[in-house]
Design a protein around this ligand. Structure first.
Ligand SMILES: Cc1cc2nc3c(=O)[nH]c(=O)nc-3n(C[C@H](O)[C@H](O)[C@H](O)COP(=O)(O)OP(=O)(O)OC[C@H]3O[C@@H](n4cnc5c(N)ncnc54)[C@H](O)[C@@H]3O)c2cc1C
Length: 392
């Protein structure tokens, strides 16, 4: 596994690059409103605990975001990029929070008086976590209902090489030190208004996108959903070829995981062109480094199973005069010999949003497939909105 954290020399080099811009463009570009200018200045003065506190005040999943945030927020805004290269801000944040975790530094806000009101948070992904942290800081008692037997939501699908699971658990454990928090695992909730009748003053619904997208083609039942594949990749370990359908970040994680697990050949089938793939430069690089083959401008037509092999039928695609994708006639092709075909098209919401007074939705269920830091920002916003309703 590559080292996830900066070493001492890299840390110093990155921190020394900070120009301490008074207008804090990095903070304004962070959806969670973390201020890199301030945490870097604090850490540079050897005040690691205080730096961690600054991050944690705005983002209860600081180490996670440090490890997985794309370079499209704070780094994109970093003025240093006009001189040489942007500061590796997320990596610095990850390191500061990593130090705090290793030293088990208490980052709780002390002396908060319980206000006697109880809130239910449904879902323990980033949005639920951020809403919980904000409500606890304001003296609310919070019960988190999580349908799965682990906390973290979609974060648990991110390959461990990028995000070790223990960090996800730890961020929740830190919050759970607060006696006002009750965490209920294996506890799905669907009737949100009923909670209001059962002693809860408000509900934050942060259930993410729970329905993997499908292709609606014949033989789809022979394919493996990305959620199943990434939950337990070792179950699908093979040295035979694997096909991944999809061209986004989730598909990249599936393809790289397959390669890391020893698949001889991993091929992504993408409807659009390689240049149109909605992935970051780091994801592009990882496809290149792992020798993942990309078959672009291609749409799957059907999947067949023959003995132990899967067969993928595809057609070529093109953009028509209106800029819409269409099939190119007479280009059906049969590809044989796949051990697994992974459907990695992302997910969509399983239920409609039905916001009511005191029932606020947050995170990916509202935003569509976003990023952890955007879900965190939205969870904070939902908590704020709920608190405003409760004082009215
Ligand atoms: C493979 C993959 C890779 C990703 N890579 C990145 C990345 O590199 N960087 C990045 O920033 N983001 C990444 N993301 C996106 C990020 O994980 C999501 O944007 C974020 O997790 C969304 O947070 P959320 O809280 O809205 O929803 P989720 O994380 O989906 O959490 C929802 C939670 O609600 C629970 N739940 C659902 N229904 C119920 C119910 N009825 N009752 C109780 N609980 C319920 C679920 O079990 C889950 O725990 C990735 C996502 C995936 C799938």
């Amino acid at each position: 596994m590559t080292n996830l954290y900066l070493d001492t020399l890299q840390t110093k080099k990155e921190m020394d690059k900070c120009l301490q811009c008074p207008s804090k463009p990095c903070m304004h570009a962070c959806p969670a409103h973390v201020s890199p200018k301030d945490f870097i200045a604090t850490a540079k003065n050897n005040k690691w605990r205080e730096a961690a506190q600054l991050i944690n005040e705005q983002n209860p999943m600081g180490e996670i975001c440090g490890l997985i945030c794309p370079d499209t927020f704070c780094m994109k805004a970093c003025v240093r990029s006009k001189i040489d290269a942007p500061i590796q801000i997320p990596a610095l944040q990850a390191l500061i929070m990593h130090k705090a975790r290793l030293e088990n530094i208490n980052l709780q806000t002390n002396g908060i008086k319980p206000n006697g009101k109880k809130i239910a948070v449904i879902g323990s992904g980033p949005a639920g976590c951020a809403a919980t942290a904000k409500l606890l800081k304001n003296g609310f008692s919070v019960t988190v209902f999580e349908k799965d037997n682990v906390v973290g939501g979609a974060l648990n699908l991110i390959p461990q090489a990028r995000l070790p699971r223990e960090i996800v658990t730890y961020e929740w454990q830190r919050l759970a030190q607060n006696p006002l928090l009750e965490l209920k695992l294996n506890c799905p909730v669907t009737d949100y208004p009923a909670l209001l009748q059962n002693g809860y003053a408000g509900v934050v619904v942060a259930i993410g996108e729970q329905k993997p997208r499908s292709l609606n083609i014949d033989g789809e039942e022979f394919a493996t959903l990305y959620t199943d594949y990434l939950s337990e990749p070792q179950q699908y370990m093979t040295d035979q070829p694997i096909a991944v359908i999809g061209g986004g970040a989730v598909a990249v994680d599936c393809a790289v995981t397959a390669k890391n697990q020893g698949a001889a050949h991993v091929e992504m089938f993408v409807r659009r062109g390689v240049d149109n793939m909605r992935i970051t430069s780091a994801e592009r690089q990882s496809l290149h480094e792992n020798a993942i083959e990309i078959t672009a401008m291609t749409r799957p037509l059907k999947i067949e199973k023959q003995n132990n092999d899967l067969i993928l039928w595809t057609t070529k695609t093109r953009f028509n005069s209106e800029g819409k994708l269409e099939d190119v006639p007479n280009t059906a092709t049969m590809r044989t010999g796949f051990k697994h075909i992974v459907l990695a098209l992302g997910s969509t919401r399983k239920e409609d949003i039905n916001e009511q007074p005191h029932i606020i939705y947050a995170g990916d269920i509202v935003l569509g497939g976003s990023t952890a830091v955007q879900a965190i920002a939205d969870g904070k916003k939902a908590a704020q909105k709920l608190m405003a309703c409760l004082v009215e």
